[in-house]
Design a binder for this molecule. Structure first.
Ligand code: PPS
Length: 572
């Protein structure tokens, strides 16, 4: 009997163990690129065949084809640009044809790459074509414009070793390991369920139904690489999955973790996910409502229609080697005490339909409110509560921004004292001037140095927030993109409360407490914010305080009221 094609081994990019040892020594002389966390995820799936048939980071011609019409130059379907972005300075030192070493963040060489292509991509076009809009509200577009390097390198990879993971090692499988497992247990038909969220009862019902419909075994295949900023961290999620796994029939269900860096690209992402699962030996793939959706755009509208992903998948599935099991939105019907697809409920006027959205669940968790049994499993809720105690017990950051002399430091100091008076959590003040004396003493006021300064403040604040404290930051922080990056770092661990101290530049100059505006006007201080350097007014801060005609004590109190309304401090 011949082996079904989904179970035969697929090509990997690794060299043999002996060659790898030799190559590792030789590669230590090569110019090295330190991979970013996202690039490490991409490299792992390139090397282990998860991105088969890709043989490396895309060449310029393949990139163009993938961006334009989801096809490589040889016609192969591939919806997502897998590119190696680097800085201009790094790219400038390379010659085409040169080999480079690719290292992880500790400096371990994971692979070498022969640079066949080097180009400056049109990022606006990539954003439009791949993600549907050149709008920074999309996490991948934001990454593209504000984190990714300016230049792309392309070329084939020679794999030396897998990235090292110390967590959940037993649950991570390469495509060939999963194929071997399916062969061993005799699974011919396997339906994969992709997820970046904890599993609740609706998911369980959906996966049960999918397995039944496809007459297949079930692979719960959660992403543990990079997901959407603000998601539940993967450590917590995996503990939740493990708890839920007991509720599935062991003989026909398994779970494996996928180190994928998601892009939240909706329809294209669904096709990409399908191809990756086909590489992992699966025959069927579940696509639900709003698959890999990025949330709202800057106009407050959805980037994609709720079933766009299913449509694009359906268009291409014949050539993908994997079949879609599509699902509509599942809701709970109270009278029948079960989940049903929303669009199949015929007697909807006579029954009670219940649903808790992701946003509502986060609200209930953060406020310590009840999460009903019909919605989730007690084990999952317990795990989520353990990681995310109610907001009033979590750490948070108050981030003041405004011109020099706007009153940031004074309000921040008053706020600190008020919070210390309340007690309960340690409070740290990272004032602009203090930080510049200690943490950033070598920095000036160029854009680059200001960014570095704010990123350092953000890093310290995120550590404080993670550990349950209150960080109060009071730098000028003139650039919106840097403030957003800091927000994203912190919101992984707790609330980020941006307070715009909206004193006008005229008033700051009139006050001129430190005499700096005078010097700036005379040209004795260069790049002075508001005079000779820009300030991006926060578009949507949690709070804007006007200081002109308002006492400091009152300004600080406005912040306290805001914190209270956000559930961050208890009513005293
Ligand atoms: S930034 O842009 O956020 O990194 O600035 P920050 O760290 O808050 O430092 C601002 C303080 O440095 C003094 N100073 C200047 N500010 C703006 N532009 C220029 N060129 C400059 N040179 C020195 C100024 O006293 C700021 O303090 P505050 O407390 O804001 O008045």
């Amino acid at each position: 009997m011949t082996m079904p094609s989904n179970l035969a081994p697929i090509p990997e990019l690794y060299v043999s163990y002996d060659s790898a040892q030799k190559l590792k020594v030789e590669a230590s002389d090569l110019v090295s690129h330190d991979l970013t966390p996202r690039q490490i995820c991409d490299l792992e799936l390139l090397m282990n065949g998860g991105f088969n048939p890709l043989k490396g980071f895309l060449s310029e011609a393949d990139y163009d084809g993938v961006v334009e019409n989801m096809r490589m130059t040889d016609g192969t379907l591939w919806p997502m640009p897998i590119t190696l972005d680097v800085s201009e300075d790094f790219a400038a030192q390379l010659d085409v044809g040169q080999d480079i070493a690719l290292r992880d963040q500790e400096g371990v060489i994971l692979a070498t790459m022969t640079v066949t292509d080097r180009w400056e991509p049109n990022k606006a076009r990539e954003a439009e074509k791949v993600f549907g809009a050149d709008d920074d509200a999309h996490p991948a577009v934001n990454y593209l414009h504000n984190q990714a390097g300016k230049i792309y390198l392309g070329g084939p990879i020679t794999g030396i070793q897998q990235p090292v993971h110390y967590d959940f090692r037993g649950s991570r499988d390469t495509p060939n390991e999963l194929r071997a497992y399916f062969r061993k247990v005799g699974w011919r038909r396997v339906v994969a369920f992709q997820t970046r969220n904890p599993l609740h009862r609706a998911h369980q019902e959906l996966t049960f139904r999918a397995a039944k419909e496809a007459q297949a075994n079930l692979l719960i295949h959660p992403v543990v690489g990079l997901t959407k900023p603000g998601d539940v961290d993967h450590f917590t999620r995996v503990r939740c999955y493990e708890a839920v796994l007991d509720k599935y029939p062991a003989a026909t269900t398994n779970m494996s973790l996928l180190n994928l860096a998601m892009r939240m690209a909706g329809p294209r992402e669904a096709v990409w996910h399908g191809l990756i699962r086909a590489n992992h030996g699966c025959t069927h793939f579940i696509v639900g409502r709003d698959h890999a959706g990025p949330g709202k755009n800057s106009q407050g509208e959805d980037f994609y229609g709720p079933y766009d992903a299913q449509e694009l998948f359906r268009e291409h599935q014949d050539e993908m080697g994997i079949e879609m099991v599509d699902f509509k939105h599942m809701v709970y019907v109270q009278e029948r005490a079960q989940y049903e697809p929303n669009d199949e409920i015929e007697d909807r006027d006579n029954v009670t339909i219940l649903n808790i959205s992701g946003t509502e669940l986060r609200r209930r968790l953060s406020e310590g409110l009840e999460i009903p049994e019909w919605f989730s499993f007690p084990e999952v809720v317990k795990e989520l509560r353990r990681t995310k105690p109610p907001r009033s017990q979590q750490g948070f950051t108050v981030f003041f921004t405004g011109f020099s002399g706007s009153g940031k430091s004074t309000i921040a100091n008053a706020l600190m004292v008020k919070l210390m008076e309340m007690g309960g959590r340690p409070v740290t003040l990272l004032d602009g001037d203090i930080v510049r004396k200690n943490l950033s003493s070598e920095l000036g006021f160029s854009k680059e140095h200001r960014d570095l300064n704010i990123r350092r403040i953000g890093y310290v604040a995120s550590e404080i927030t993670k550990n349950g404290g209150i960080a109060i930051c009071a730098p000028i922080a003139p650039y919106a993109t840097t403030r957003r990056a800091v927000r994203e770092d912190i919101e992984d661990f707790g609330a980020f409360v941006e307070v715009h101290v909206a004193t006008s530049i005229e008033e700051c100059e009139r006050r001129d407490r430190k005499g700096l505006y005078k010097l700036a006007r005379e040209g004795k201080i260069k790049e002075f914010t508001g005079i000779s350097d820009p300030y991006d007014v926060p578009a949507d801060p949690e709070l804007r305080v006007e200081t002109e005609g308002t006492e400091v004590d009152n300004c600080a109190h406005q912040v306290l009221l805001k914190l209270e309304s956000m559930g961050l401090i208890g009513i005293q």
